[in-house]
Design a binder for this molecule. Structure first.
Ligand code: FMN
Length: 171
């Protein structure tokens, strides 16, 4: 499967089979994150790979995050270790760095027959409590990962001309 094919096939999966992800698949997927580029090549994040069922249930409980994360055999919690670093352009590096790593994960997951879903809807303080993450760090995103138990409909995207311009900004 080439990269564009994986991009085309990836869709958010919000229901998973009750089946663990084999260790070597998980390693391969995490390796894709390790190889991701980052600002200053600093890789200032920790990907907390949650497999423990009790902890996954806690992550899914109440308004902590999406309830479907409960069904996923793996939930990756991406934690920024230097959320204070701002790039010269005035933009924090940590959400960019983590987004690249997580996107690598989602694409290799497709190749490995797995589905995933980004989760930005979570309770920062509650996740920190559950995973004993020190206050100075920042949870950026969660990703559920597992064998799909649903075939979601493909979402529409804007046409290319709406999201691109050539040679100058188009107002
Ligand atoms: C940064 C980010 C945060 C997201 N947060 C959530 C979320 O909290 N809950 C959820 O169900 N989906 C979430 N999604 C999934 C989006 O809704 C989904 O990617 C979008 O609707 C496009 O659908 P597709 O992924 O199937 O192509 C998030 C996606 C991104 C990239």
């Amino acid at each position: 499967m080439d990269v564009l094919e994986a991009i085309q096939k990836r869709m958010s999966v919000r229901a998973y089979q009750n089946k663990p992800i084999p260790e070597e698949k998980l390693r391969k997927i995490l390796e894709a994150a390790r190889l991701a580029p980052s600002a200053r090549n600093s890789q200032d994040y920790q990907l907390v790979v949650v497999r423990d069922q009790k902890i996954r249930k806690e992550l899914a409980a109440g308004d902590t995050s999406e309830s479907f994360v409960d069904t996923a055999p793996v939930v990756i919690v991406a934690v920024a270790l230097k959320p204070e670093y701002i790039m010269p352009g005035g933009i924090p590096a940590h959400p960019v760095d983590i987004a690249i790593a997580i996107d690598h994960i989602t694409l290799v997951a497709v190749k490995e027959g797995l589905g995933s879903c980004w989760i930005g809807g979570f309770n920062q303080e509650r996740i920190k409590e559950i995973l004993a993450i020190p206050e100075k760090y920042r949870v950026v995103v969660l990703l559920s990962l597992g064998y799909p138990a649903e075939s979601p409909d493909r979402k529409a995207r804007k046409p290319l001309r709406e999201i691109t311009s050539y040679d100058r900004f188009f107002e």
